[in-house]
Design a protein around this ligand. Structure first.
Ligand SMILES: [Zn+2]
Length: 318
């Protein structure tokens, strides 16, 4: 199967640091969910690598954790430069695929590691960060989370404006419902949920209601489907993930606003039939067996992600 995969979210940068968060794991081959050897079954591959930071991870100050993740993922990409390259633009992602190279995109999950400071976003943009959330599961100076409730603060609104000014995509995956709607109110460009499934299919606060998904569609954004067992359903299988995708397709028959955000290396329970990056082929095959046409499949697995990155940059250029 010739399959290209663009995945909006993984925690591999964190996983590579190991249990003590201070090791130097290998992106080429490892025991986690994503490595380049297993990804070689894919025809094209673009992976967003999140630098994860939160004050809830108490053992290490968030700034230190952020720096370690960033340093380790930058080093691993550089070490594997014949196979993978950091991509700054949608064009570079396309060119990399044509050259048989994988793309890495830097993203921010949680903002504790940059002191919740919108003024630092431009520096992050310059070194390749293309997506930012406002927080993880905590209440922070920018917003409440899906666990705490509470909407955007003034500083949170400033953060969103600055990200969108730069052309950086804003990510609502861990945000509270109030924060989500505050974000939609002020958004000047596409809003994305990098790794969130459908709450209609499985009732979990990390998943999107139908109204939320429709609001994302109206901004031109996308929702990335997640393989975390807790967000999929009871005793989930690859088919359960397909159920979430097919539900989103009922709300968006164009299929232009659905993407992937696997959450690999950030989850403990994978659905039956899914073992890691190599398993995206099993998902594509099952979607095909269940009647998904090839064009829509290519859109979900690759084109829509590139399209929304282009839209963010286009907004930036305006
Ligand atoms: Zn997450």
């Amino acid at each position: 199967m010739n399959l290209s995969v663009f995945d909006f979210h993984c925690d591999t940068a964190l996983a590579l640091l190991g249990e003590d968060r201070n090791q130097a794991g290998s992106l080429k081959k490892n025991k986690y969910h994503i490595d380049l050897e297993r990804a070689s079954v894919l025809d094209g591959y673009a992976q967003c690598f999140a630098c994860f930071t939160t004050p809830l991870e108490a053992e290490i100050p968030p700034v230190v954790l952020f720096e370690r993740e960033l340093a380790s993922i930058q080093r691993e990409i550089a070490k594997n430069s014949s196979r993978m390259a950091l991509a700054y633009t949608p064009d570079q992602i396309r060119e990399n695929r044509e050259k048989g190279k994988f793309s890495a995109i830097l993203t921010l999950e949680g903002t504790a590691g940059i002191g919740y400071d919108p003024a630092l976003l431009e520096d992050l943009w310059n070194i390749g960060f293309r997506i930012t959330s406002l927080g993880w599961n905590e209440q922070n100076p920018l917003t409440g989370s899906h666990l705490t409730g509470g909407g955007l603060t003034d500083r949170g609104r400033e953060f969103v404006r600055e990200a969108q000014r730069l052309g950086m995509l804003v990510d609502v995956s861990h945000i509270s419902d109030e924060g989500f709607w505050d974000m939609i109110d002020i958004a000047q460009g596409p809003v994305i949920a990098t790794h969130s499934n459908s709450r209609q299919v499985w009732n979990h606060s990390r998943n999107l209601t139908d109204d939320m998904f429709r609001a994302i569609v109206r901004t031109g954004g996308v929702a990335g489907c997640n393989v975390c067992g807790e967000f999929l359903g009871e005793a989930p299988t690859v088919d359960t993930l397909c159920d979430h995708i097919f539900h989103y397709l009922e709300l968006d028959p164009t299929g232009k606003h659905i993407a992937l955000g696997g959450d690999l290396d950030g989850v403990e329970h994978l659905p039956q039939g899914f073992t890691g990056v190599e398993s995206w082929t099993a998902v594509a095959r099952r979607l095909q067996e269940r009647g998904l046409d090839e064009q829509t499949s290519m859109d979900i697995f690759w084109n829509n992600a590139i399209g929304v990155m282009e839209l963010a940059v286009y907004n930036h250029a305006k």
